[in-house]
Design a binder for this molecule. Structure first.
Ligand code: ATP
Ligand code: MG
Length: 287
């Protein structure tokens, strides 16, 4: 009897809770090799340490970035889901570090040419994603191509990884410009400066970026933090381990954790009012 009453209370309290929609963060950069995949993976792990359960989507069809960092070999990728060769739960790879991830593989390119039937299949299966997590982290490939732009369109927040190299800054600016001017997109743009020598250098990169974005695009960007250049990270990648596990106290690991904490502390007033991410997904990938 007591159990029944408790179950009812649980049901009622759940019913009265505002609907929590899944948040989508897309990590991108323009220029390749600047630290997107390490950022996505280590950010997910840091958020897990603080009690979140993010899922990663590796949307780089060229290179299997995330699975290499996690030292994992998934059996299926998005292409298998699209062509009904696996179910959603088979697609999700449970990594040894407790972060589930989805390999996009060749399926990421297939997403550009979905038939109505394939769109329905994938949309039906992806409803399960929202039952698994309230945060999807998408790691994109290098460049400013149709796939990258679509995953940015899908996002609630875009994290742009920039290094102090001029080419990285100009490519990041070009990406933001395309999103603002060609797609009229104004998601929250968050800038992470990677491989910085120190805080001053990171702030300097941010100031320059913020100036051109404001001056020429009339848009704004948020400083999300910086990750110092850290040889431990290179060592961790060589050992196919995420640096947060390989060297939890090194400066890069501490920086990922600080960014994780700041994300958790950010207010998100509008989340429960958003349109469904699945509707957005269908719209973005049908056009
Ligand atoms: N903070 C850092 N300190 C030192 N080395 C770093 C740092 N961040 C990244 N690297 C080095 O840069 C390499 C590329 O990083 P990563 O694979 O995360 O970049 P990416 O942007 O995902 O690349 P791609 O565009 O090819 O997908 C890593 O293997 C690592 O050796
Ligand atoms: Mg990568």
């Amino acid at each position: 009897m007591n159990d029944q009453a408790q179950a009812l209370r649980d049901l009622v309290s759940k019913k009265n809770q505002p609907m929590q929609k899944m948040k989508i963060i897309t990590v991108t950069s323009g220029k390749g090799g600047v630290g997107k995949s390490n950022f996505t993976t280590n950010l997910a792990l840091s958020l897990k340490e603080y009690g979140k359960t993010p899922v990663i989507l590796d949307a780089d069809f060229g290179l299997a970035n995330v699975e290499i960092i996690l030292g994992q070999r998934p059996k299926y990728n998005l292409s298998h889901l699209i062509h009904k060769k696996c179910t959603f739960s088979e697609l999700v790879c449970e990594s040894q570090y407790g972060i589930p991830f989805i390999s996009g593989g060749s399926g990421v390119k297939d997403m550009l040419f979905l038939s109505q039937d394939e769109m329905d299949t994938i949309a039906n299966q992806l409803t399960e994603l929202e039952q698994r997590t309230d945060l999807l982290l998408i790691d994109t490939g290098a460049g400013i191509n149709e796939i990258v732009l679509k995953f940015c369109q899908l996002a609630d927040e875009v994290y742009v990884i920039v290094t102090p190299e001029p080419a990285s800054m100009t490519d990041a600016y070009a990406l933001i410009k395309t999103l603002v001017k060609d797609f009229s997109l104004t998601p929250q743009f968050n800038i992470v400066i990677n491989k910085a020598m120190n805080r001053e250098e990171a702030h300097d990169v941010y100031r320059k970026m913020a100036y051109v974005v404001k001056e020429f695009l009339q848009a704004s960007i948020r400083y999300a933090g910086y990750i110092p250049y850290d040889p431990k990270l290179f060592e961790a990648v060589k050992n196919q381990r995420p640096v947060i596990h390989y060297a939890p106290k090194c400066s890069a690991s501490e920086a990922y954790k600080a960014i994780g904490r700041s994300i958790l502390n950010m207010p998100e007033p509008e989340r429960s009012l958003k349109t469904s991410w699945l509707d957005k997904f269908k719209k973005v990938f049908s056009s």
